[in-house]
Design a protein around this ligand. Sequence first.
Ligand SMILES: Cc1cc2nc3c(=O)[nH]c(=O)nc-3n(C[C@H](O)[C@H](O)[C@H](O)COP(=O)(O)O)c2cc1C
Length: 152
Amino acid sequence: MAVFSWSGNTLAVADRVAEDAHAELFRIEPATPYTTDYNEMLQIAQDEQAADTLPKIAGDVPNWSAYSTVYLGFPTWWGHLPQIVKSFLAEHDCTGKVVYPFNTHAGSGFASCLSDLAAACPGADIRDGLSLSGDSVSSNMARIDSWVAASV
Ligand SMILES: Cc1cc2nc3c(=O)[nH]c(=O)nc-3n(C[C@H](O)[C@H](O)[C@H](O)COP(=O)(O)O)c2cc1C
């Protein structure tokens, strides 16, 4: 499993998925840490999308080729997949892998994230995703459990 989470909501989902699926959790993080300021983050994310920047990520998943199934978690950012998740996918080929996407958001659901994901890893078999409102994660553990149960 790989997850990007800036403010912790998607990470809370990831922790539960990892537990349920007995999956190892890799955090997608920028090589240069992002700001912790919300308004600055909004601007940076918008600029990255406008320029289609692929920010450098810190580290790599050891033994990536050994995994046939990948749970991939991310927040919706400006209606899209965060650019740093695209960076991750550029360096971790999902061709031939089954990908289960999960997401948190503040109202827009996956928005364009799934089409962005399909474009970023055209050779992957992308399955039904789970999208939760970021402020409802703790009350949705049963939904997470049943989504994982349906995926294994
Ligand atoms: C840069 C940025 C852009 C965002 N854009 C959207 C958006 O377009 N739609 C939405 O519903 N929520 C948006 N949000 C809210 C996050 O998707 C939401 O808070 C999510 O749960 C955060 O996940 P995280 O804690 O794992 O980072 C945005 C948040 C940030 C920081």
